[in-house]
Design a protein around this ligand. Structure first.
Ligand SMILES: Cc1cc2nc3c(=O)[nH]c(=O)nc-3n(C[C@H](O)[C@H](O)[C@H](O)COP(=O)(O)OP(=O)(O)OC[C@H]3O[C@@H](n4cnc5c(N)ncnc54)[C@H](O)[C@@H]3O)c2cc1C
Length: 503
């Protein structure tokens, strides 16, 4: 179809990129972006764009990608616990300032002939157009006032998005112990003299540090930063910051909000980007999802006969990958929320645990990108260099646990069964299972054969291991032995029971 007039609500990455692609595909169409803020004003610091995203943007619009890459900074990834650190080379992950990202997208939108209207807050219903793209962000009033079946899951942990005035030489994950508890940073450089410094913690630590009070004192206007928290964290992370300050920009403690919608369109209005869905920041995918939505929506409009068919096609194409990423992000969020409990692992094994936290980077794939890290992690796990088939070698390692010797990881003694049928091992139901395990000599965690259920069992077993110290075994189908091997190396379980193949 060839819409004559399109209104885009929201000049974030999703809205601006949609507008540009639409105008390139339909030069005769009048495309207008309505953004409440001013051109140079935005929140936040840098965002990351991974290799896969860059490939998709390259195919859709090489000119824009070229300028994004030129404005961004490539960086490796490091995990630092105390004095130990491990580095993973990554030559295609870039960090880019959100201001730069938006400046590039604004420039390219205007170059394509899009009209940009800044400085006034609008309502989707007031915009006069054949179709309205509501890319009005996580707090979308379009979603909240419309019939999209929207709902929001709020994370347990708290995070603070701030920055610093120097470029780290690589992305860095680093926990820091304080008198109140653990704070963890996810930090990455995004320009020659700036890095994002996102810091997260658990609710108890946050309260003990008095940050519930500093948060409440800020009020709801949202314009000031929580300076008390920033100054405290600047001291706590002094070593990682090398004495540099933490810089706020409307910085305050937040809980991550995951947005889900039953449908992404209603009448002539379609939701896009954070307005339709969000995914926890620890998988760095919000901008990616918004820009990939834009590509799919413009393709669907080009292929379909009318607005309704285009919106249906867009949702049909995008929903599976969005939901897959939201599930990865959910697992990643749970892993980070429980991160302080596993900092006793050597950093190389911790890096393997990080890569496999959501089940999407298997050990053998990670071994091809970071062979030294995986080699070291396997040696720490098995006490000798790994040889031959990875999973076979991992399962074949002996174990000594509480004075008991096991010749390999599949020789499992009689153990109390812990049936696991939950989604969140850190939920109240998870608490009950951990309490039951505490009074045993060891537990075998059982459950359905499907892979998502197995990954959750491994997370529950890890929680049992770390909180009770009892021997743990996890049951899983033989065809998922790679996941079980990942679980062993990552410290999620001591032993495994292979059941018959399901297929
Ligand atoms: C802590 C944190 C870290 C993140 N890190 C990353 C990362 O590393 N990588 C990554 O890819 N993503 C990251 N993100 C997510 C990313 O910032 C968002 O997912 C992304 O910006 C979504 O783009 P969008 O266009 O959908 O919405 P937004 O960028 O939120 O843009 C929405 C725009 O709509 C405007 N608007 C809203 N309502 C109205 C209205 N009524 N009238 C006019 N204008 C309106 C707003 O002013 C805003 O400019 C992170 C997010 C957070 C919170």
């Amino acid at each position: 179809m060839q819409p004559r007039r399109v209104a885009v609500l929201g000049g974030g990455p999703g809205g601006l990129y949609t507008a540009r692609l639409l105008k390139l595909a339909n030069p005769a169409c009048d495309v207008r972006v309505y953004e409440q803020g001013d051109p140079g004003s935005t929140f936040g610091f840098g965002v990351g764009l991974a290799a896969g995203t860059q490939r998709k943007l390259e195919a859709a619009d090489p000119d824009t990608l070229r300028d994004l890459v030129a404005a961004g900074l490539r960086h490796d990834m490091t995990m630092r616990v105390g004095a130990d650190s491990v580095r993973v080379h990554n030559d295609r992950l870039i960090g880019i300032a959100r201001t730069e990202l938006l400046a590039v997208l604004q420039r390219h939108a205007e170059k394509a002939g899009v009209e940009l209207d800044f400085g006034t807050r609008r309502a989707a219903g007031d915009l006069d157009a054949d179709l309205v793209v509501a890319a009005d962000g996580v707090g979308s009033a379009t979603r909240e006032n419309g019939s999209f079946g929207g709902r929001i899951d709020v994370g347990k942990g708290l995070y603070l998005w701030c920055g610093t005035d120097f470029a780290l030489d690589a992305a860095m994950f680093a926990p820091v112990e304080t008198d109140y508890g653990t704070f963890v940073t996810h930090a990455y450089p995004y320009s020659g003299d700036r890095s994002t410094f996102l810091i997260e913690t658990d609710e108890e630590t946050w309260r003990r540090a008095g940050f519930d009070t500093t948060t409440a004192a800020l009020g709801s206007a949202g314009t000031e930063s929580d300076e008390t928290s920033l100054r405290f964290l600047e001291q706590a992370f002094a070593e990682q910051l090398r004495g540099h300050p933490l810089i706020g920009n409307r910085t305050r403690w937040l809980r991550f909000r995951t947005v889900h919608c039953d449908r992404w369109s209603s009448g002539n209005t379609v939701l896009l980007g954070d307005a339709a869905h969000t995914a926890h920041f620890s998988i760095g995918s919000g901008t990616k999802l918004a820009m990939e939505d834009a590509i799919a929506l413009v393709d669907a409009l080009g292929e379909a006969e009318n607005v309704g068919a285009a919106f249906a096609r867009y949702e049909q194409v995008r929903r599976p990958s969005v939901e897959r990423l939201q599930e990865l992000a959910r697992r990643s969020r749970l892993w980070w929320e429980s991160f302080p409990s596993r900092t006793g692992l050597p950093v190389e094994r911790l890096m393997v645990a990080y890569m496999s936290r959501a089940g999407n980077v298997p050990l053998d794939r990670f071994a091809t990108t970071a062979p030294d890290v995986v080699r070291a992690a396997l040696e720490q796990y098995g006490g000798e260099p790994a040889v031959g088939n990875l999973a076979g070698w991992v399962l074949g390692r002996p174990l000594v646990h509480g004075g008991r010797r096991f010749p390999d990881r599949t020789s499992v003694p009689e153990l109390e069964t812990l049936a696991c049928a939950l989604d969140d091992p850190w939920s109240p139901e998870g608490d009950e299972l951990v309490a039951r395990a505490r009074d045993t000599d060891g537990v075998l965690v059982t459950g359905p054969p499907a892979r998502p259920a197995l990954l959750t069992r491994l997370d529950l077993a890890e929680r049992v291991r770390l909180e009770t110290g009892v021997l743990t075994a996890v049951e899983g189908p033989a065809e998922l032995r790679d996941d079980l091997a990942d679980g062993l190396v990552s410290g999620r379980t001591d032993l495994v029971v292979l059941t018959e193949e399901t297929a």
